[in-house]
Design a protein around this ligand. Structure first.
Ligand code: CTP
Length: 404
């Protein structure tokens, strides 16, 4: 599965009569299975309202750099990095100049400066502005910075002139975006390799209304699956009831309990490699109750008898159909490296990514992760990275392990 399906596009709309076409582009991206987060410059709001594009996108359009609520929730850096592609459409002459110079005086320009995501621009301006030496210099600079340029088209312009400068049609921009994602997938270094990824928490039922679980959001597992898919791997994603949206372009198996996760993983074999990111509950009820547990008249709380769940990672590492590379995580709140090294040995996996999940680390449910990779050749601390980056870095390591 390729194209836009499951991809998240940050759509920056700058000022210009073509801004109304951003609505059509939003609709087309969604129809193709992608999601859109719009950002409008102040000038853009003169042409389209944040309400119209935000409603269409299903995500409130953002306009202000110092929107404190937004900043607290996600922050502009994370905003720019969580996207699979940033599209600036229309891109005005002024915005191109700002991008080429690296200005950051509003949310739109700050986002493009702070990102490491690829950027595509669809310029739209008067023909003389497009042909002006300054714009030519700016576009040449942006191209050499790796920015993709779509259009502009030649034709009658809103200002009554004729020539190049009209924004490429939304359909053409959509095709350029699709081609971009297709080309990326085709260059993948994990093409031809099959992976099983476990993710999210498991849920162990006590009775029909209560369960034992944990706070795993599934963000790290999802980010890893996305990175593997982007590198062309065939991924079977086995996930517990996690909050994170599911990755696109792979087989998804939804499970609830550790027993179900274990069975799904075994079913997915053989595979070339496995990454166990799930926060599997270690215990389940020895006997789940069919009916809701009732309070006793004297108020004595019930005793919950637990039994051990299978260790899915250990089962994979020691099983008959062992993948050639088995990777686990170690969630620790103390003695990170020593505990993780012990886990690598006892479970029999090849690599362990040790992460600190103590409350002050912010890892559980948070956007960043700081891990130590333990392999047969030792410990390699990684800097604190967005979970998406941990995914890409791991995918690159796996590719080099397989000699890609
Ligand atoms: N794991 C698993 N099945 C389990 C428990 C853990 O597959 N029943 C995997 C996790 O997906 C992770 C690794 O084992 O890749 C380590 O999980 P972690 O929770 O850190 O360790 P536990 O084995 O549960 O040990 P402890 O709770 O004692 O730290």
């Amino acid at each position: 599965m390729t194209g836009i399906a499951g991809k998240h596009v940050l759509l920056i709309v700058t000022g210009g009569i073509a801004a109304y076409k951003a609505l059509e582009l939003t609709r087309l991206i969604q129809k193709a299975g992608g999601t859109v987060q719009p950002i409008l410059t102040r000038a853009a709001t003169e042409f389209v309202t944040p309400l119209s594009i935000g409603t269409l996108a299903g995500h409130a359009a953002l306009t202000e750099l110092f929107d404190l609520t937004r900043e607290a929730e996600i922050g502009h850096i994370e905003l720019s990095r969580s996207a699979d592609l940033i599209v600036v459409a229309p891109a005005s002459a002024d915005f191109l100049a700002k991008m080429a110079q690296g200005h950051a005086d509003d949310l739109a320009s700050t986002t493009v400066l702070a990102t490491d995501t690829e950027i595509m621009i669809a310029p739209a301006m008067n023909v003389r502005m497009w042909e002006a030496p300054a714009t030519r210099r700016n576009v040449a600079q942006l191209r050499s910075d790796g920015v993709h340029v779509v259009g502009p088209d030649e034709g009658d312009m809103a200002c009554g002139e004729f020539g190049p400068g009209r924004m490429a049609e939304p359909q053409a921009i959509l095709e350029a975006i699709t081609a971009h994602f297709d080309a990326k997938a085709a260059r993948g270094r994990l093409k031809g390799l099959k992976a099983v990824v476990t993710s999210g928490p498991t849920r162990e039922w006590i009775d029909p209304v209560r369960y034992i679980s944990n706070e795993s959001s599934g963000r790290q597992g999802t980010a890893i699956a996305k990175a593997l898919i982007a590198e062309g791997a065939e991924v079977v994603f086995v996930t517990g009831p996690a909050k994170a949206p599911r990755p696109a372009g792979c087989r998804i198996i939804e499970v609830e309990t550790a027993l179900e996760m274990d069975a799904a993983v075994q079913d997915a074999l053989p595979a070339d490699f496995a990454v166990c990111v799930a926060a599997v509950a270690d215990w389940r009820m020895a006997e789940a109750h069919d009916q809701k547990l009732k309070k006793t008249p004297d108020g004595t709380p019930p005793t919950l008898e637990l039994t051990a769940n299978p260790d899915i990672l250990a089962g994979l590492s020691q099983g008959d159909q062992r993948p050639r590379l088995v990777i686990g995580f170690a969630a620790e709140t103390e003695n990170l490296e020593a505990n993780a090294a012990r886990k690598r040995k006892t479970k029999g996996c090849d690599w362990i990514l040790a992460n600190d999940v103590s409350a002050q680390s912010g890892t559980f449910g948070g956007p960043e992760n700081s891990v130590i990779l333990l392999t047969e050749s030792g410990a390699e601390p990684w800097p604190s990275l967005p979970k998406s980056k941990v995914g890409h870095r791991l995918a690159a390591r796996i590719a080099s392990h397989f000699g890609r």
